[in-house]
Ligand binder design. Structure first.
Ligand code: PLP
Length: 397
C-alpha cells in the first residue's frame, strides 16, 4: 500500500533504466560536451520520428516557444493568440518578445482552443497563433491551418503535452510552422528533468531558430552550412580565428548528456505512451458508471497520448465539489490530484495586462469543475485500481 501511495502522490512521469545509464556514462567518458554529436543524433532521430525536415534541441519547452516566435519575427506591435488553458510559458513566449498576447476561448469537449472562434479574434497585426495540444490530444489543426493560409499568420504548435500524439495521420509538432516540445521531468519523455525541441519543415525559419539558440554565431570550419563565415566578408586567410555574430542571440543549448538520454527515451516513447493509453482506458472503464463524472473523449482521427487525465465533476450529482474532492483524495487516500490549469487571464500577469474575469467562459467553467489525475507509465494496475476505488468512494458519501 505504501508503494501504491508513493506512485500516486508523485506526479513525475520520468522512467529511466539501464539503457539511459549506459548512454549517460558513455557521454561522460567523452567529457560531456554541450550540443555535440549526441545532440545532432538526437535531433535527426526526433525529426524522423515527427516526420519533419529539421529539429533543433534546446534547453526547455519555454525556449522552444520563444525561439519559434522570434524566428517568425514576432516583436513589439505584433499580436499573438493562444488558449487561456495552458501553462504560462505558451503565453509568456509572445509577451517576453514585447508582443500583445490575446486569448481565444476553448472547446468544452476537448479543452483545446476553439478553432471556430479564432477568426473573430484575428486583427491585421496577428502574427502567430499558438494552439496547445492540451493533455496529449491535438487541436483541430485542419481548421487552424486553413485560417493560417487565408490570413498569413504563423502557427506554432505547443506540443509539450503531446509528444507522439497524432492528428489524422500526422504527428503533433509536424503541422505548423514549428512544433515545440518539452522534456521536463513530468512530460511523456524526459532528458534528465529539463529539455526541449523545435521541429520545422521551413529551412529559413530553421536557420533563424538555430542561430538565435546559440548566440547567432557563424563559425568558420564548423560542420553545418549554418555555421560558416561569409567568404565574401572574410577572406580565407582571415577566417580560421574569426567568429561572426549575425545578431545578439541567446544560449538555449542542450547538453550531450541530456541528448544521449533523449535518444534512448525516444526509442521507448511509443511503449511508454501506449502504457498511458492503457491506463486511461482502465480508469475510464472503472469510472464510466459513476454519476456526476465526465471522462475525457478522444476525437475521431486522433491518437491521444494522455500526458494528463482530465476528469470533470458535477458537484450536485457526484456529491462533492472539486475542492472537496482534491482534499479528500489527498487526506484520506494519499492521492495527489492536479488542477491544470488556472485560466491565464485570471493570473496576476494577465490581469495586469487588462484582462478581466468572465472573458473566456468555457475555460473558466472547466477550471471550476475539472481536476487531473496522476498518470504515468510507472503506475501498476494495482495502483490504477486503488485510484479508481478511491474516486468511487468519494461519490455520494
Ligand atoms: C503546455 C506547456 N507548454 C510549455 C511548457 C514549457 O515547457 P518547459 O517546462 O520545458 O519550459 C510546458 C511545461 O510544463 C507546458 O505544459
Amino acid at each position: 500500500m505504501a508503494a501504491i501511495r508513493f506512485e500516486l502522490e508523485s506526479k513525475f512521469g520520468s522512467t529511466y533504466g539501464e539503457d539511459e545509464a549506459r548512454a549517460l556514462i558513455d557521454v561522460l567518458n567523452k567529457q560531456a560536451p554541450t550540443s555535440g554529436n549526441a545532440c545532432i543524433a538526437f535531433e535527426k532521430e526526433f525529426a524522423a520520428y515527427c516526420g519533419t525536415e529539421y529539429a533543433r534541441a534546446c534547453s526547455n519547452g519555454t525556449a522552444a516557444l520563444f525561439l519559434s516566435l522570434l524566428g517568425l519575427g514576432v516583436s513589439k506591435g505584433d499580436r499573438v493568440l493562444t488558449t487561456p488553458l495552458t501553462w504560462i510559458a505558451t503565453a509568456a513566449a509572445g509577451a517576453t518578445l514585447g508582443a500583445e498576447v490575446d486569448f481565444v476561448d476553448v472547446d468544452l469537449a476537448t479543452c483545446n482552443i476553439d478553432a471556430s472562434q479564432i477568426e473573430a479574434s484575428l486583427t491585421a497585426n496577428t502574427k502567430a497563433v499558438l494552439p496547445v495540444h492540451l493533455y496529449g490530444q491535438c487541436c483541430d489543426m485542419d481548421a487552424i491551418l486553413a485560417l493560417s493560409k487565408k490570413y498569413g499568420f504563423g502557427v506554432v504548435e505547443d506540443a509539450c503535452h503531446a509528444i507522439g500524439a497524432e492528428y489524422r495521420g500526422r504527428k503533433a509538432g509536424s503541422m505548423g510552422a514549428t512544433g515545440c516540445f518539452s522534456f521536463h521531468e513530468q512530460k511523456n519523455m524526459s532528458t534528465l528533468g529539463e529539455g526541449g525541441m523545435i521541429t520545422t519543415n521551413d529551412p529559413a525559419l530553421f536557420e533563424r531558430i538555430a542561430l538565435y539558440r546559440s548566440h547567432c554565431t557563424r563559425v568558420h570550419g564548423a560542420s553545418t552550412k549554418y555555421c560558416s563565415l561569409d567568404p565574401e566578408k572574410f577572406p580565407v586567410g582571415d577566417r580560421p580565428w574569426w567568429q561572426d555574430f549575425d545578431d545578439c542571440g541567446y544560449n538555449f543549448r542542450m547538453t550531450d548528456i541530456q541528448a544521449a538520454v533523449g535518444s534512448i527515451q525516444l526509442r521507448k516513447l511509443d511503449v511508454m505512451n501506449q502504457r498511458r493509453i492503457d491506463i486511461a482506458d482502465l480508469i475510464c472503464d472503472g469510472l464510466e458508471d459513476v454519476p456526476g463524472l465526465t471522462l475525457p473523449t478522444v476525437q475521431p482521427g486522433n491518437k491521444h497520448v494522455f500526458h494528463l487525465f482530465p476528469l470533470r465533476i458535477d458537484a450536485a450529482e457526484f456529491g462533492m465539489n472539486k475542492d472537496q474532492f482534491i482534499a479528500t483524495m489527498i487526506n484520506e487516500h494519499g492521492i495527489k490530484i492536479g488542477t491544470h490549469y488556472i485560466p491565464l487571464h485570471w493570473s496576476t500577469a494577465f490581469q495586469r495586462r487588462g484582462f478581466k474575469r468572465g472573458q473566456f467562459p468555457n475555460a473558466e467553467a472547466i477550471f471550476e469543475c475539472q481536476v487531473t489525475l496522476p498518470l504515468h507509465p510507472r503506475l501498476t494496475n494495482e495502483a490504477v485500481d486503488y485510484l479508481v476505488e478511491s474516486i468511487r468512494k468519494c461519490c455520494r458519501r
